[in-house]
Design a protein around this ligand. Structure first.
Ligand SMILES: Cc1ncc(C[n+]2csc(CCOP(=O)(O)OP(=O)(O)O)c2C)c(N)n1
Length: 543
């Protein structure tokens, strides 16, 4: 999507920004010095925007775990740091997340986690509010772009006041919808605070020190549990007291549209929950419903407080919510009152389904035609090339998570034994290979597997909008950098000269010949199919 405005245009004015653009602006206003991340819808544009601001460092890291670790390093050295990723990225970064909660920060560390209810561009839908609770890390959730900016700044303040990383949770509709944002003056960067200071008990998490830090974490959460009742980002709006709704994030805007006269408790912080405020709200209204997307996260916790509420009995647990779904759900719950229920616009317009397809001229096309012709079992991965599963190719058999296909191929070969040995290939894109495929390759080499790994190198991270990666020789700002050498990498894990091949993506005969001979060799092999993404090629021609 890219940046739709320039920082110089940020005069004291009003801007129409997406949530992602607003987060970047909020981080800039907060004096952020470092931004790291790994692309993933719906979070990608945050870092792309942040890169356009002056006087700060940004990078696409090779994956979310490394992005988080770089973020810990810069934050404990006194630089306010923003780390961005999509929801499944937090699975990859979960290891540093949980221990960063113990270690804390020096300057603010804010992690933007973008959830994707409805799986617009994801392999699963998970509710990452659960991560904040499990890792004992505060989490804020904005409802629109203005809040996205303000909550980013608030998150930096909380991070520093309570010595903790803070997660800012968005969902697709907040990340990508545009609304008015009022820019503000920039906070001065605290350059004097820069510098890593040795503090073994805080930064070296051996059990003896970690046990002490865990106590600190519990004390901090206890302090926060009290304080959040006074945070102005939580708000009680008393109207008609017959119906009370507790909600947060994008659901707040849906609730206001459907039930403009209802009383609402809008939660700006979703971990820890403001228990006193919730109790106060519930005593002021006759009945309380929780409107939340995905898991019954609020519902479980509020019921555990002994308060009678309803939620998932009426509101769906899967997919995205929208005003129509909320209207229908609470109608079933008995809220038909014309006084509170505002009928929405009819949205019965039916759009023809448009299944995604590989682009005409895409360099991934030929290889899937060959896979199909040879009747191979193909363990796939995530990227544009996952579309190889669809007609006319029908040439992918598994796809689990980024980097997973290489391991899955090994498991299939182990289980099937010699009989069908040599008929399975793992296919993976260049960005995904750098993200988490290389460890799978190393595992195959170490455990003497004889898999064939096919890397589809189109020179970019195409699926998320053409971000450079360690195989494309360019950094986030266009600066030239190293390009991982496939042959040297293959040799480093013991793959012989004959078992590493690089072929042209537009020469199907060469691809077929290479696959055929590498499968016959019965030794661990790496085939790189190279051809620049057609969209990138077109863009470069125009530039
Ligand atoms: C853990 C995780 N992080 C990020 C993503 C978002 N994502 C999906 S595929 C992909 C990379 C695709 O690039 P590449 O492997 O080069 O394949 P291409 O799309 O270029 O064919 C990314 C970043 C994801 N699904 N999971």
């Amino acid at each position: 999507m890219g940046c739709t405005y320039k920082y110089k245009e940020v005069i004291l004015n009003r801007l129409l920004l997406s949530g992602n653009e607003a987060i970047a602006l909020g981080a800039f206003e907060a004096g952020v010095m470092v931004g790291t991340g790994y692309p993933g819808t719906p979070s990608t544009e945050i870092l792309e925007n942040l890169t356009t601001y002056p006087g700060l460092y940004t990078e696409w890291s090779v994956n979310e775990k490394v992005a988080f670790e770089v973020g810990i390093g810069s934050a404990i050295s006194g630089a306010r740091t923003l780390v961005t990723m999509k929801h499944v990225g937090l699975n990859v970064a979960a290891d540093p997340l949980f221990t960063s909660s113990y270690v804390g920060v020096k300057a603010g560390l804010v992690i933007v986690n973008a959830d994707d209810p409805e799986m617009h561009s994801s392999q699963n839908e998970q509710d990452n509010r659960n991560y904040a609770y499990a890792a004992k890390v505060p989490m804020l959730e904005p409802s629109d772009s203005q809040e996205a900016k303000e909550y980013t700044k608030k998150a930096f303040e909380i991070s520093e006041s309570y010595d903790t990383p803070v997660i800012l949770r968005t969902t697709t509709r907040v990340s990508h919808s545009k609304s008015i944002v009022i820019p503000q003056a920039l906070q001065a960067r605290n350059k004097a605070a820069i510098g890593f200071e040795r503090n073994l008990e805080k930064y070296v998490m051996i059990p003896a020190f970690a046990r002490l830090r865990h106590i600190e974490v519990e004390k901090r959460m206890q302090r926060l549990k009290e304080d959040v009742n006074r945070f102005d980002i939580n708000r009680i709006e008393i109207n008609d007291t017959k119906l009370g709704i507790i909600t947060a994030g994008i659901c707040y805007t849906y609730v206001k549209e459907v039930f403009p006269k209802a009383s609402v408790l809008k939660l700006g912080i979703v971990n820890p929950l403001p228990a006193d405020l919730i109790r106060e709200f519930c005593t002021k209204v006759d009945s309380v419903y929780v409107v939340e997307e995905l898991d019954p996260y609020f519902e479980i916790r509020i019921k555990a407080m002994g308060i009678q509420i309803e939620g998932k009995k009426y509101i769906p647990i899967t997919g995205e919510l929208n005003p129509d779904i909320i209207r229908k759900s609470l109608r079933i719950a008995g809220y038909k009152s014309k006084k509170t229920l505002k009928e929405g616009l009819k949205t019965s317009l039916k759009l023809p389904p448009r299944p995604p397809l590989l682009c005409p001229g895409c360099p991934h096309r030929a290889v899937f035609t060959v896979f199909k012709k040879l009747g191979l079992t193909v363990t796939g991965d995530i990227g544009c090339y996952t579309l190889g599963v669809l007609p006319p190719f029908n040439a992918m058999d598994t796809c689990i998570e980024m980097g997973g296909g290489i391991g899955v191929a090994q498991g299939i070969e182990i289980a099937q034994g010699e009989k069908r040995h040599g008929k399975t290939v793992a296919v993976i894109g260049d960005s995904t290979f750098a993200h988490s495929g290389i460890t799978g390759l190393l595992n195959a080499a170490y455990n003497k597997r004889s898999s064939l790994i096919v890397v589809l190198d189109n020179g970019t991270t195409a699926m998320t909008g053409m971000q450079p990666n360690p195989l494309s020789g360019e950094r986030i700002n266009g600066e030239e950098t190293i390009k991982l050498d496939y042959k040297k990498l293959a040799h480093a894990v013991g793959i012989g000269e004959d078992n590493v091949r690089i072929v042209d993506a537009y020469k199907p005969e060469d691809i077929e010949e290479a696959i055929d001979s590498l499968l016959k060799s019965k030794a661990l092999s790496l085939l790189v199919v190279k051809g620049l993404c057609v969209i990138l090629k077109r863009r470069r021609k125009r530039a």
